[in-house]
Design a protein around this ligand. Structure first.
Ligand SMILES: NC(=O)c1ccc[n+]([C@@H]2O[C@H](COP(=O)([O-])OP(=O)(O)OC[C@H]3O[C@@H](n4cnc5c(N)ncnc54)[C@H](O)[C@@H]3O)[C@@H](O)[C@H]2O)c1
Length: 417
């Protein structure tokens, strides 16, 4: 396989739009493909198709080399295609292959119709370990009428990014993970990353299933660390003179542990951590094992959400007004999926409280689950005169430090702001 100079990116969502934009900004010629006409239009106008810090600037920087299309046949002229459609969780904890199959099939057909060989298919969506080898590659071999590793290549190449900091996370990662069907495919992708990354990350190459397991294990390990802090916080709370922040600060000073994600707060949420951790438990069950650590992280996380609801119930009675401040799952993103604040707001509303919500990014327009709530429209007015019985800071947006308790309002937060 020759070196990769032109790429196509199929699936221009929260991750894919950022990959396409950064590739173009770093000098690659990029064709973006999506089924969403509006995203295609925005990108071709040089605009960001969604809210993500630095995305608009990056699209502008790469604009001469970036265009988007609805037509999968336009990928034929590129050397490699990155696939990043959704891979939603199913009820048993595994991830669906449906969107990946639907995205890959027309592109494979286009390659076959054009008589193109040696295309590199890169899967960046998170998959159930084993799915690329057992489901995606057999489909590609059928559609292309060829053998993977000889007539075309496949890599599994997930990214480790955090929403709200995706552009920097893509360009300066700690780790580039490459699962490869054959050494030539892995080498071509490794070479691409040496041009693409601004830093010099560790590039780990391995079999495809090893990379699938690595991806979900990394997130599962972080959720375990977060649940450990929550377990310790609950224990410390039963000791009136214990200070969880002092404890975790000291623990994190040990280099074997480290301070990252060792901060007392609330449950983890978002589109990756909870479901990647559950996927590891599913993967263990599939081979006749258990994954008690992953299951415990999930249980503690659910317990942490419930505990917040119970705590608030002790501080205010049904019918009283409670402000839930921060309903996104972390600062700098509007995503509310599995967020502690959204969970609290929903539970309080069901229990008869008057719930007012506020966030610096999430709104009913970008997070439709917020439609059922009363909004705090003006933060400056609210922080000077909250007029509610209780304000609970659920997401550690730094601006919430400005909120001082007043005579009539109690402010509660598990975060050390
Ligand atoms: N968002 C994250 O923080 C994050 C982080 C790591 C991994 N991932 C993984 O990346 C994948 C995508 O996540 P996302 O958050 O970017 O999803 P998303 O829903 O924001 O975007 C998916 C995009 O794929 C497009 N699409 C769907 N079917 C298509 C098809 N047949 N052809 C072309 N495009 C199609 C959609 O229109 C949409 O633009 C998932 O597997 C997810 O687990 C996401």
């Amino acid at each position: 396989m020759n070196s990769i100079k032109t790429v196509s990116v199929c699936g221009l969502g929260k991750l894919g739009a950022c990959i396409a934009a950064t590739m173009a900004a770093r000098g690659f010629h990029v064709v973006g493909v999506d089924i969403d006409r509006e995203k295609i239009k925005k990108i071709n106008e040089g605009l960001a198709p969604l809210d993500e810090p630095l995305l608009a600037e990056t699209i502008r920087a790469g604009q001469p080399r970036l265009r988007a299309t609805l037509d999968p046949r336009e990928t034929v002229a590129t050397d490699a295609t990155f696939f990043i459609p959704p891979s939603p969780s199913l009820a048993d904890g595994s991830f669906s292959n449906e969107f990946l199959l639907k995205a890959m099939q027309p592109i494979a057909k286009a390659m076959k119709d054009a008589g193109k060989r040696d295309h590199l298919f890169v899967c960046s969506s998170t998959t159930t370990p084993g799915a690329v080898d057992a489901v995606l590659i057999p489909m590609l071999e059928r559609e292309l009428g060829g053998v993977c590793g000889q007539d075309f290549g496949v890599c599994y190449n997930p990214e480790f990014i955090a929403l709200g900091d995706v552009i920097n996370g893509l360009l300066d990662p700690d780790l580039v993970l490459i699962g490869e069907s054959d050494p030539q495919s892995g080498a071509a992708l490794e070479q691409l990353y040496t041009q693409y990354n601004r830093n010099s990350p560790r590039i780990a190459r391995m079999s495809i299933v090893s990379a699938e397991l690595t991806k979900i294990s990394l997130n599962s390990y972080i959720t375990m660390k977060i649940s450990f802090t929550n377990q310790l916080r609950l224990i410390a709370a039963r000791h009136p003179r214990a200070d969880i922040h002092a404890i975790l600060d000291a623990l994190g000073s040990d280099s074997r542990i480290g301070k990252k994600y060792l901060r007392a707060g609330l449950s983890y949420g978002g589109p990756c951590f909870p479901r990647d951790n559950r996927l590891l438990a599913y993967t263990a069950r599939q081979v006749g094992l258990e994954a008690p650590l992953a299951e415990a992280s999930d249980r503690i996380n659910e317990r942490t959400k419930q505990e917040l609801v119970e705590k608030v119930q002790q501080m205010a009675r049904p019918g009283e007004a409670v402000a839930v401040l921060g309903v996104s799952y972390k600062p700098n993103t509007h995503i509310t999926e599995e967020a502690a604040g959204l969970f609290l707001a929903q539970q309080l509303k069901r229990r008869g409280y008057r719930v007012l919500i506020h966030d610096f990014a999430a709104t009913p327009a970008n997070s439709p689950s917020l439609h059922e709530f009363e909004l705090i429209p003006d933060w400056d007015k609210f922080r000077n005169d909250p007029g509610v019985r209780l304000a609970v800071i659920c997401c550690p947006w730094p601006q919430y430090q400005e909120l001082a308790p007043t005579a009539g309002t109690r402010v509660f937060t598990p975060w050390h702001l």
